[in-house]
Design a protein around this ligand. Sequence first.
Ligand code: NCD
Length: 360
Amino acid sequence: MRSLISILDFSVEELDRLVATAKDIIDHPENYREKCRYKKLATLFFEPSTRTRLSFEAAMLELGGSVLGFSEANSSSAAKGESMADTANVLSCYADIMAIRHPREGAPYVAANNATVPVINAGDGGHNHPTQTLTDLLTISREMGRLDNLTIGLCGDLKYGRTVHSLIEAMARYKGVKFVLISPPELKVPGFIRFNVLERYGIPYEEVLSLDDAMPELDVLYMTRIQRERFDSLEEYERLKNCYILDPGKMAQAKKKMCVLHPLPRVNEISVAVDSDPRAAYFRQALNGKYVRMALILMLLEEAEKNPVRQTVDTSGYLTDRICTNPKCICQVEQELPHLAKLTDPRANIYRCIYCEHKV
Ligand code: NCD
């Protein structure tokens, strides 16, 4: 059985296949209307969401299936102290597939290890957001006609922005991709992206402060929100919240053929005056999210039918004596979970927590 916890769970061929299926769904929706008849998707959302949850639900309904679930932690037994493992185990009795969003990093990974149906990570803390990345890939492919040979600017909160982390992990595997990372020094990409992906695979990237300077070279500009809920200090959030605002003046510096993406919600990092620019693709991107999630649900359900056996984690090479200190990691609140660390960089002898990927 397959789950989608990190975008690295899928090969480039599989990503391309999902994008192709999503395009086929767009062209021939009638062929897909009955594909998930009698199948149920559970949406377990322990954190706020509009697009991700509703696009998952719309996706399953358009495949002829049904949906059940909850949209806030307080209305589930997690409020009574139920563990992620038990929740996943129980939900497997009621649904054929589940999508989980959780403020704790690594929570969907724990769920996947305990569920007997496929689990989809719909966003875990400031860590990963692989289905947003599928949405982004479909959007870039439809807007630009390709996924390779692109200069991609990522702007805003690159530290806590889970959409950014998963997008870099995906795009770094396409040929000729270069990243321009535009952020204040406090919000640069974290180590698990810098060292595990960019440095390890020799991906060309530059880190800059100025969005104006970067504009002329970009094929894709990925704007992000400065996320108040991820900051430990409200003061720091207040200081950084308006650090980038994309406006028509900046768009005038950009290539004629380029596109602007944003996972949404936007606060004020893109002025509404940009919305009418044909290069503003963020609302088309939100629609793409539904189609690519249809493709994903189909793929995971087909795989589960072919191979219903749950994947087991081989923990034999992991260290148990390194304690994760990331306050947002699932292992901080679930006492039963063993602290497990994996060697990610043998040259520098760097170990990372298997749940949240913080250095331990
Ligand atoms: C993003 C998320 O939740 O990480 N939104 C989304 O899923 N479309 C980005 C954000 O909340 O800023």
